[in-house]
Ligand binder design. Sequence first.
Ligand code: SF4
Ligand code: SF4
Ligand code: SF4
Length: 328
Amino acid sequence: MYSYEELESGVIQAGVCTGCGACISACPLYYIQLIDGMPRRPKKRAACKNCGTCFNSCYKVKGESYGDNTGRYLRAVSAKWDHGTQCQDGGIVTAILRYAYEMKLIDGAVLTCRDNNSWMPVPCVAKSADDFDASSKTKFGVSPVLMDLRPAVVEHGLNKLCVVGTPCHIQSLRHLQRSNADVSSAVALTIGLFCSGNLEYRHIAERIHTLGIRPEDVEKLAVSNGRFIIKAGDRSESIPLSEIKSWVPGHCSFCRDYTGELADISIGSEGSPEGWSTVIIRTEKGEEIFSGLEKSTAVSVSGIGSAELERLKRASEAKRNSQNSYVI
Ligand code: SF4
Ligand code: SF4
Ligand code: SF4
């Protein structure tokens, strides 16, 4: 039987681990921890049951699944939350979380928060509207969101969770559900965030420092028109993405999902005007929640032009075709 050793050699040391955190949640004995950004089984070698659960929980072992272009969907719109002035790109993720929570369709969420005053991304469990608001705004850096799945269920007692993450998190979560991993049945909704590639946080922190900006003064990090933007007060610094290719983690070169094809709802800025988000509603569950939110009149919604949709499909296709493949 394959076990942690094979996960370590075949995925982690092979450089294809995306740091999704699923194997950390999968180990029922909490033997796997996040150390230096990677899942590790420290000092527990003798105690490890060699049950293979961690190996089997890894979506990189069993393979990812993709549809055509942007994946299957029911409809796609542009939207913004009318009360989301403090949020980024329309605040639609926060609006959906707040609505689903209010309607008791979810009882919490696992997503990415900021570490204290910095912009370092850390996974967190959100259990209130205030928590959802606090987790808004785009963060860059590897965030092992799924490592908080087990604590959300076992320690916080949640059983109708929303998982918000990049396509790698959603691919991984769907693999957990297909494998009937115990904690995965507590997930009621998934929101996938468009992602063409991540940036390692340590490089961002270094650049913020070099620019003489205090991390607590940074108001927004974003990628727009081929540039990485750092906004702090009156300052807006932008760096061409071509200059920071080395900031992209190596594992992103194996990823072929741009829009979060397996999510209930996918959200990103591509295809919509500044201040709005593109929302791809993919499943009945996603439709139920988004159409409920629309009726609540808390959001403005408009159609997406065929040219914008075509651009989104081309971006998805480009990512699909340009990446490496890896089979363990
Ligand atoms: S006990 Fe099982 S799931 Fe946990 S580290 Fe060992 S093999 Fe992996
Ligand atoms: S489950 Fe996720 S975090 Fe664990 S080894 Fe696989 S890709 Fe890495
Ligand atoms: S490019 Fe893929 S692996 Fe990298 S952060 Fe985005 S979704 Fe995850």
